[in-house]
Ligand binder design. Structure first.
Ligand code: SF4
Ligand code: SF4
Length: 242
């Protein structure tokens, strides 16, 4: 899931001031931001109270099922059309993908992020999240016993350990075993410790941006985003024709 954290409140107020917005609609996300406790119903209500205390009128709020789901978000905006019409800005408590989805659904209204998108995180336990994958586009987990060196080694070393490792511990995140010690330990436990040479340098061109996959075309198409936002030409119809 996408891990988010609250955005600096002064910046949010400055965004609203910049467009002279006194009437604001708030959108949350029923998925990741709810689990991360940054953009669920409780946090949306809290933001509404803060805005009202700051002299703004909250015309309405909604927490859709998944903010980054374009069809679902369009449906949420349609259901709340009246409150959105009177809003001079929309504050979105979701990751950046959700903010853009709302901006696409309401292109005529200034849309501002209410959170910072931090990382793709594992839910370690309730309320505890850890980054395990940076979606590099060329996974090496088959060679590293299921431990990601790109992400879990703070230096991103593919072939560690670095000179700072001490007694098997990481020199940066000191309460944790060095990623490369863990990889070696697991490979040996699996009887795979002997043969593996050094990993080749990563080909970061595999991580093309913006990523796109279109299963409707019958094939995965990566590295090319569709066109057509805000009325431009595109292969899948644009924001009004998806
Ligand atoms: S190697 Fe790349 S794709 Fe695999 S877990 Fe690490 S960052 Fe993610
Ligand atoms: S001690 Fe290990 S995990 Fe920590 S930075 Fe060095 S190589 Fe990476």
């Amino acid at each position: 899931m996408i891990i988010t954290r609250p955005r600096d409140w002064e910046r949010i107020i400055a965004n609203l001031d910049e467009v002279g917005a006194t009437r604001v609609f708030i959108m949350g996300c029923g998925q990741c931001a709810t689990v991360a406790k940054t953009g669920g119903e409780d946090e949306v209500r809290e933001a509404a109270a803060r805005l009202e205390a700051a002299g703004r009128e909250v015309t309405g709020w909604a927490v859709g099922e998944v903010a980054c789901h374009e069809g679902g978000t369009r449906l949420t905006t349609r259901k709340n059309a009246g409150s959105l019409e009177t809003a001079e800005a929309i504050l979105v408590l979701s990751c950046g993908a959700g903010v853009q989805t709302v901006a696409d659904a309401r292109p005529g209204t200034p849309v501002f992020p209410g959170l910072e998108s931090a990382f793709l995180g594992n839910v370690v336990r309730h309320g505890v999240f850890e980054e395990r994958c940076q979606m590099c586009g060329e996974c090496v987990l088959d060679l590293t016993a299921g431990v990601c060196p790109v992400t879990t080694c703070p230096k991103g070393l593919l072939n560690g350990p670095c000179g700072g490792m001490w007694e098997g511990r990481c020199e940066v995140v000191t309460d944790r075993e060095c990623t490369h010690v863990l990889i070696r330990r697991r490979l040996e436990a699996q009887g795979r410790g002997g043969g593996r040479g050094s990993l080749a340098p990563k080909d970061f061109s595999k991580k093309l941006k913006p990523g796109a996959v279109n299963l409707r075309e019958g094939r995965a198409r990566e590295g090319r985003a569709r066109g057509g936002r805000d009325g431009g030409s595109g292969t899948t119809g644009g924001e009004d024709g998806r």
